[in-house]
Ligand binder design. Structure first.
Ligand SMILES: Cc1cc2nc3c(=O)[nH]c(=O)nc-3n(C[C@H](O)[C@H](O)[C@H](O)COP(=O)(O)OP(=O)(O)OC[C@H]3O[C@@H](n4cnc5c(N)ncnc54)[C@H](O)[C@@H]3O)c2cc1C
Length: 383
């Protein structure tokens, strides 16, 4: 079966009702699409950018099984995309989902910036995006020295100096990637030790182009037309210092892209989607997978595992068209939904198996959680 990729359809109401509509074309969404399409379900992925998600922004993936030499993020996402398309999954790129509405007949209306699409079941995999630091200069210099993507922008810094902010895996790995271009990479971290994987730390410490700026938080991105420095403050001595850099890359954590789901499915206090252990959300017929779910590991292997499980559960739902309606796990799901401030859908609120997963942040997020801010100390220090 060939590729079936439709991009930028005319605005309006889609006449077709899909068995499965998947929101987000990252690893979780593409895996869910592969499983659903291979199960002969009429499946579409809606993706606001180009498919691939965060891995398309990753230079090298070394910890995804099956690729002992590692694989570029772009190649891996391209393979996932082709594999889903091979079984007939449809992909609509540059299509942003703005709302999800349950219909009285048990189906759903998914509204995008292009049209309204009807779905029998929905899998949510919108992922996360980089958290903003909120310091002066950060927003002003986006595209002129401030970035969240070393893979996209690293080559612009050949022979220059850059700063990377953060202490988790992303910060260390992307900092190492930047040493391919930059003469020096300052890694600014608010503690005096990293939380990245041991092997990443070993490599970083052995790299003569890496300079570690410990116990320090960024205070201001400096520059005129382009970035010319990053002012950092030592959190112990309070000393201010300006690092002479042309680029600043922030890796201080993530926020889930779930604003459009407020009041539709239960979210935790940080906005991550609550589900039970088989990916069912508080809304009967709606499943969630990947980084946007309240899970303890934000990695590709986790996202694809959850995508496959969500797909299998969605297909069971399509066969039976019912959510179980009693049992202890259902009560927990209802409680989670209430705690999150979202009204659980009738029926689903009673559903067994909706044992909500507490919103434990993934390692990247927990490692980059905002530091406590001293009274009067502004802006907040996060790395
Ligand atoms: C710099 C970096 C390096 C990383 N390196 C590794 C690594 O080496 N190994 C590893 O295992 N993991 C790595 N990760 C983490 C990994 O990329 C994620 O865990 C994985 O991509 C999560 O997949 P996902 O499908 O849940 O979400 P995402 O990859 O975030 O995909 C979600 C998709 O949904 C789309 N979307 C969002 N909202 C909407 C909407 N309203 N409408 C339509 N589409 C929408 C987004 O555009 C995005 O394409 C890295 C992450 C980063 C940022």
């Amino acid at each position: 079966m060939g590729l079936d990729i439709r991009i930028n359809l005319p605005k309006g109401q889609s006449t077709e009702t899909y068995d499965v509509v998947i929101v987000g074309g990252g690893p979780a969404g593409m895996t869910a699409a592969l499983y659903c399409a291979r199960g002969r379900r009429n499946t579409v992925i809606l993706e606001r950018n180009m498919a691939g998600g965060q891995i398309a922004l990753t230079e090298l993936v070394e910890n995804y099984p099956g690729f002992p030499e590692g694989i570029s993020g772009f190649d891996l996402s391209d393979r996932m995309k082709r594999q889903a398309a091979q079984f007939g999954a449809e992909l609509r790129e540059i299509t942003t989902v703005s709302s999800l509405t349950p219909d009285p007949d048990g189906s759903f209306t998914v509204t995008t910036d292009q049209e309204k699409i009807r779905a029998r079941t929905v899998i949510l995999s919108p992922g996360v995006e980089a958290k903003r630091m909120g310091i002066p200069g950060e927003a002003e210099f986006v595209g002129r020295g401030v970035s969240w993507c070393a893979t996209c922008d690293g080559a612009l810094y050949k022979g220059k100096q850059v700063a990377v902010v953060g202490g988790g895996d992303s910060a260390v790995e992307e900092g190492m990637f930047l040493t391919k271009f930059a003469d020096k990479v300052y890694l600014v971290h608010r503690r005096n030790e990293l939380r990245a994987a041991a092997i990443a730390q070993e490599r970083a410490f052995a790299n003569p182009k890496m300079e570690f700026v410990w116990d320090s938080v960024p205070r201001r991105v400096e520059g005129d037309q382009l970035v010319s420095g990053l002012e950092v403050q030592n959190v112990k001595t309070k000393e201010l210092r300006s690092l002479p850099v042309n680029g600043v890359f922030f890796y201080i954590g993530q926020v889930p892209l779930t604003a459009f789901l407020q009041g539709v499915v239960a979210l935790d206090e940080s906005g991550y989607i609550l589900t039970d252990e088989v990916m069912r959300t508080s809304q009967c017929g709606v499943y969630a997978a990947g980084d946007a779910r309240a899970n303890p590991l934000k990695q590709i292997a986790m996202a694809v595992g959850e995508g496959s499980l969500a797909a299998v559960q969605a297909q069971r739902y399509l066969d039976e068209l019912e959510c179980p309606s009693s049992g202890p796990a259902a009560a927990q799901a209802a409680a989670a939904a209430q705690a999150a401030g979202a009204a659980p859908e009738a029926g689903a609120a009673d559903a067994p198996g909706h044992e909500a997963t507490a919103g434990a942040p993934g390692p990247e997020e927990s490692t980059d959680a905002p530091a406590p801010v001293e009274p009067g100390a502004a802006p907040s220090s996060k790395d």
